[in-house]
Design a protein around this ligand. Structure first.
Ligand code: BTN
Length: 245
């Protein structure tokens, strides 16, 4: 087992990603170490957003990865692997979930999990990657500033033991991580099967305005390719395109 044989639990931390980064500066940690917090006072989300989570209700973890064989230009492969592991975990409880590019996990049109992956490069290689995952398990009321949250307990109508959920998620992460190390391309088909709004016609918005299009692929570098109907393919980085409900 690479992921989950060393789990460090703290009742409260500013952010599990920040804590793991700091810890690494003071001592060696084995690959696959998980930092798990009951609460974060300064939980961090994508693009400087905050990640808010009620005390003790959800999973707040950061995983230390050392995927030296992944080229920095292909670092989205790590996101693909993590997203699939979170979906594998959720499908123990619910029939379907999807991966909203780039780093969110959705059930229907609601967000159940988010990821913050921070890679540190050394000599043009990924030296280590801190993969932060916030997964809503038992929270049922959310602050109004969170646009479309959902949790496992809202979906199943039951409370879930977070310790059991962590062990299950660690095992799903371990499986997908080993799969990625042995053959990074292997996760691609599964990824497209789970990709939110893949290959279906929807409306999007970019700097030119609203358009109708279809997601055709996501590159290993993480660019989203959308076919703008009737026929031009454009590539987008994070925040360059919005999905319209
Ligand atoms: C997002 O959707 O904006 C990403 C959210 C990532 C939240 C997790 S919770 C555990 C880890 N520690 C953090 O400070 N952030 C990530």
């Amino acid at each position: 087992m690479i992921i989950g044989s060393n789990i460090i639990f703290r009742e409260s931390l500013p952010s599990t990603n920040t804590y793991l980064e700091e810890l690494l500066k003071s001592r060696d940690l084995q690959e696959g170490t998980i930092v798990h917090a009951g609460y974060q006072t300064d939980g961090r989300g994508q693009v400087g957003n905050r990640w808010l989570s009620e005390n003790g209700k959800n999973l707040l973890i950061s995983v230390l990865l050392m995927p030296v064989m992944i080229e920095p230009d292909d670092q989205f492969i790590i996101s693909r692997m993590l997203s699939l592991a979170v979906c594998d975990f959720l499908k123990r409880y619910i029939p379907f979930c999807s991966i909203k590019w780039p780093n969110d996990i959705y059930v229907n049109d609601d967000k159940i999990a988010g990821m913050l992956i921070e890679n540190t490069l050394l000599e043009e290689k990924i030296q280590y990657s801190i993969a932060g995952i916030g997964l809503n398990i038992n929270q049922e009321k959310f602050p109004p500033e969170i646009p479309n949250p959902v949790s496992l307990s809202i979906l199943t109508g039951e409370k879930h033991d977070t310790g059991t959920c962590l062990r299950q998620l660690a095992s799903n992460l371990d499986y997908r991580y080993k799969q990625m190390l042995s053959d990074p391309d292997k996760t691609k088909d599964d990824y497209y099967c789970h990709l939110y709004r893949f290959n279906e016609t929807y409306r999007f918005r970019d700097h030119d305005g609203v358009f109708t299009g279809r997601i055709v692929s996501v590159s290993d570098s993480g660019k989203l390719k959308i076919l703008r109907l009737p026929g031009e393919i454009r590539e987008y980085s994070f925040k360059e395109v919005d999905f319209i409900p």
